[in-house]
Design a protein around this ligand. Structure first.
Ligand code: SF4
Ligand code: SF4
Length: 206
């Protein structure tokens, strides 16, 4: 009951642009997110994303694993040394707002639809519930429910397509390195994968 009240309150609230979610959380991305971002930046795909190792994720079961020659990884938007998203300017402004990843668009909610496109679950993000970040949304007009639901549906569809590609990659008999995976998704990288990535296996984050 408490959760439901909190959820409906959040749906009626406006983002205060406190930027906590651009600093303190990991933004998982799909190939569709990367594709949109690449049209608005000259950063190569391999600098745009970071592949995190098992030790850096909390719940192994809930992640989309990418099997590489040196272990399993998840794909997230890259961050600066101070933990800020690479697209956060002056600690406040998202310079890629119009093409920001789906995770950012639907934050702080997690929505699940069934095959008939009916919403079967709507939750507040774990990072809000476990107080990893303080989302300072303020009372306001809230989002257009229709627009929010269509964005959430798009996010789920794109994630499904990405997952299919991921499963195909993970079934390949020979695993490559980060750039091999990005090349497999169709992205150009600053070099061409394993042939030029000697020593990549010993890097903690590739
Ligand atoms: S892409 Fe924009 S909205 Fe998303 S985390 Fe980065 S700065 Fe924030
Ligand atoms: S943490 Fe909440 S209030 Fe702050 S920028 Fe993110 S969505 Fe907006």
């Amino acid at each position: 009951m408490k959760k439901t009240r909190r959820l409906s309150k959040l749906l009626k609230s406006d983002c205060s642009q406190c930027s906590s979610c651009c600093r303190d959380i990991k933004v998982e991305v799909t190939d569709s997110d990367i594709e949109r971002l690449l049209k608005h930046t000259d950063i190569p795909a391999d600098k745009l994303v970071k592949l995190n190792s098992i030790a850096e994720v909390e719940n192994e079961e809930e992640n989309d694993w990418i099997k590489l020659s040196y272990g399993k990884r998840t794909m997230e938007l890259n961050k600066r040394r101070n933990g800020d998203c690479i697209f956060l300017s002056n600690g406040k402004i998202c310079i890629t707002y119009k093409v920001r990843p789906m995770t950012c668009r639907i934050f702080p909610f997690c929505v699940v639809f069934n095959d008939e496109e009916k919403m079967v679950d709507l939750e507040i993000s774990e990072v809000i519930n476990d107080k990893t970040i303080k989302c300072k949304r303020t009372k306001g007009n809230g989002r257009s429910y229709k627009l929010f639901m269509s964005t959430a549906k798009q996010a789920q569809d794109e994630h499904k397509r990405f997952k299919k590609k991921l499963d195909e990659w993970n079934d390949l008999p020979v695993k490559g390195v980060k750039n091999d995976f990005l090349n497999y998704l169709g992205f150009k990288t600053s070099n061409n994968g394993s042939k030029n990535r000697e020593g990549c296996e010993i890097r903690s984050v590739c």
